[in-house]
Design a protein around this ligand. Sequence first.
Ligand code: GDP
Ligand code: MG
Length: 781
Amino acid sequence: MNLRDIKVGESARVTVVGGEGSLRQHFLDMGVIPGANITVVKYAPMGDPVELRLHGYELTLRLEDAEKIQVEKVEIPRDDEERKAVEGNTYSHPGFGEDGKYHDKKHENPLPDDHILTFALVGNQNSGKTTLFNQLTGSNQHVGNFPGVTVDRKDGAIKEHPNTLITDLPGIYSMSPYSSEEIVSRNFVLEDKPNAIINIVDATNIERNMYLTMQLLEMEIPVVVAMNMMDEVSGNGGTIKINVMEDMLGVPVVPISASLNKGVDELVSHAIHIAHYQEKPKVTDFCDENAYGGAVHRCIHAVEHLIGDHARKAGLPLRFAATKVVEGDELIIGKLQVDDSEKEMLESIIKQMEKERGLDRSAAIADMRFDFIEKVCSRTVVKPRTSKERERSLRIDRILTGKYTAIPSFILIMGLVFFLTFNVIGAFLQGLLEDGIDYLTGLLADFLIRINVNEVVRGLVVDGICAGLGSVLSFIPIIVTLFFFLSLMEDSGYIARVAFFMDKLLRKIGLSGRSIVPMLIGFGCTVPAVMATRTLPSERDRKMTILLTPFMSCTAKLPIYAFFVNAFFPGRGGLIMTGLYLLGIVVGVLSAFLMKKTYFRGEAVPFVMELPNYRLPGAKNVRLLLWEKAKDFLQRAFTVIFLASIVVWFLQSFDIKLNLVEDSRQSILAVISGIFAPIFAPLGLGDWRIVTALVTGFIAKESVVSTLEVLFGAEGGIETALTAASAATLLVFSLLYTPCVAAIASIKREMSAKWAVFTVFRQCFIAWIVAFLFSLIIRAF
Ligand code: GDP
Ligand code: MG
């Protein structure tokens, strides 16, 4: 029987884990190993995926993946609800590492005093990494990218310790080389060799979190464990015997609460100590020589003997290399450069182990790690009662992921977010900012006139740079507000739920549930939407989602719709706008199908995802995130958009012979539009003024309308240039054609220049085709 046969509320024990490659490794890393107990919690409202509970946390799986897990039914005593509360203050941590005090290590080759100590902050997703990083560094942080991949990289010096540099690695569950996050983290530890690792562990979810700890301890790099969320553990009557745990793990363990900033100072002093004196973990031998006849133990040690020299030569930690060889990690095996006969020997040792242990290689290693964790936890962790936080999460989830309430609540929440962003807060601030910018521009213009600056330069500054930058800068409030709500949703754990119940729908177009949020943001503005795709777990999903966001009609196109509805279809605005939004979605879905069948073939990432308890995000986290996004946007505004504004101003102010033009009809821009005009003729849009308006729409969609107003003079002209049918065609074209420069610049940043250019042409092409078909249909009636 497989996991699908288990009904909601029933439990089962895993017997065989099927699947292959990264999916299977992911199962194992998340604790789905033979012998694990799993309870089925609920199905998503659309019937797929399924939510499970194991090792004390919630996991989601797609049904087709659940089918790969063979189980037998068991009765599991109901959760640990009946446990007695234990008193005890879990913050006091009397031992400073080794039995109460540091060793005097002055004579043991500490790193020189002026050495900059480098740290890697490593932990599972949702373990409080960002919160801790912000506590440690405050605002001395620098955000960038790991080379070659769009995985955020944050560095910063620890507050009051200028000689330190801590790097926030992406949240990962394991050091397997499968997801780009895992590869980045693993390479960082192996190649950049930080002086020490700060491993943050979610104490409320300790079994699964320690799986990563086990692997970090093998790295031959000093480790300190930051046992986070201790407030929740002790608040619910649980406790962790820290000193016993330090003994068993051989590294300092510091209980902290990152969000309350408790224990963080102690963590810092430990981290600096172990890094300065290069105190390596004392225990790495997690394989129990008595467990299951010692097969795994013997195997790992035999492998260690065989590859000893190779590991040293390749600069790999021996124990880590050995377990990876046993797991079958091709990258590590390749790096070790073992010859064929040695390889054969290794394989036969591993085969023998598999036979004796009755599990395949990767499952045997995962099982060995979880065995050790269980041993540690049974001696050190007094589990709390079912926690208040978990009960609260269950209550919230009854509505937010309930069978009939999930989707309505989602629509309601998104509706509220959009309303507040685009109508209330964002719009208000945007208006304020626009007024401010206009005022400043006015001042600057007066000033330039007063000091008699050349008219051309004045034009450049006022009409080019100020107007261009100003229109983009006024987006900042909207972006910041949107990201405010988005980060609330992400950090609280809601986005994971949205992904859970939207997954089935999104899979139909080759994406996974997580893509829904960036696409929705696309209805607001493509720029933050493209930025929001950073939260997606796979490169393929991320790219595909970015390419789909331009189909979601952004708010900057609303003035265009309004303008033409007013002129040609008074009173039918609602109908036309709804039609346009739907058309955008339909064309987007169609092109998603096309992408899925061509360039983005293959499957969306396996949807093995954790559903964390709902937690309120800290104000500091939110503040720093907003500042980071705003800064990011500002940087871009002052580079790409700055240049673009100058170029456009130039094109519309000069004619081909570089004389200043009086009438924009003679400008280079008009000439360029003239070239494009024949392309638009079949659509009934050959008028050069229309084409110019569309071209300026590349800078910002709002300028389509302002350009039309300028070119057609005040009243009436537009009705003579267009018929109702061609106006409708124009609407369809503006819905779909290239996104504005700001959006293209984000696409370039998130993907590449090639993709950005491709997007411009692809959108124009699609827009033309659809508009042409539309005009044929409309003329037929
Ligand atoms: P990350 O995914 O590892 O970066 O985790 P975050 O730093 O975003 O934290 C996830 C959630 O846990 C946020 O809502 C935090 O406010 C919350 N959180 C972080 N540390 C603690 C803690 O020590 N105690 C409690 N109760 N919540 C915390
Ligand atoms: Mg985070």
